[in-house]
Design a protein around this ligand. Structure first.
Ligand SMILES: CC(C)(COP(=O)(O)OP(=O)(O)OC[C@H]1O[C@@H](n2cnc3c(N)ncnc32)[C@H](O)[C@@H]1OP(=O)(O)O)[C@@H](O)C(=O)NCCC(=O)NCCS
Length: 160
């Protein structure tokens, strides 16, 4: 079985072991933002504020959470988008994170599998993401899911 194929828990829900994957709701945002801060070591309230505003007006944004005994221990966000790069619509994975104490138990894989299954249900044939070039942990994880380098490269320059 490919690593991105959906796993289910004993009750047949998306998940793995005692971790259940489902949609994150508006009520979950504070918990997701707090977990994101613990996972990244960064406080990014503007990012989450903008994300929340978009989520309120768009059905396209996907917010998944991984719960263990009711507590949110992982999250993944993504969207089907036709931009910013040329080509047909693809599924963008914006963020994925699992609490340190719950890692290496396939919660991240289960979140990705469910995200991919949502994208495939929308008729999408490709997924994309961007990561820091020296983020070896995320690179190892995404490679384990089967992701490889894509056809685009990000360019930038300071203009201040
Ligand atoms: C990357 C991350 C989501 C993985 O979650 P996880 O639940 O531990 O991952 P899984 O248990 O599903 O691991 C699947 C595979 O990923 C790879 N992997 C995961 N953690 C790894 C590690 N520490 N070192 C090397 N490979 C690793 C392995 O190939 C693993 O398969 P294996 O156990 O058979 O070797 C988690 O480590 C994390 O949240 N890291 C921080 C990410 C981050 O900064 N996110 C915010 C911005 S996007």
């Amino acid at each position: 079985m490919a690593s991105w194929q959906a796993a289910t828990d004993d009750a047949g829900q998306p998940g793995v072991g005692q971790i259940v994957i489902g949609d994150g709701s508006e009520d979950d945002f504070a918990e997701i933002v707090a977990l994101d801060e613990r996972v990244t070591g960064l406080s990014r309230p503007e990012f989450w504020h903008e994300f929340r505003l978009q989520k309120a007006t768009s059905n396209a944004l996907i917010v998944l959470v991984a719960r263990h005994a009711g507590e949110i221990v992982g999250y993944a966000t993504g969207e089907v988008r036709t931009w910013p790069v040329r080509g047909s619509a693809c599924g963008w994975v914006y963020a994925i994170g699992v609490a340190k104490e719950h890692r290496l138990k396939r919660a991240g894989s289960a979140l990705m599998a469910e995200m991919i299954s949502r994208f495939r249900a929308s008729g999408i044939g490709t997924i994309r993401t961007m990561i820091d070039v020296d983020d070896h942990l995320l690179m190892s994880f995404l490679r384990s899911m089967g992701m490889t380098a894509g056809p685009f490269v990000e360019l930038e320059m300071p203009i201040a």
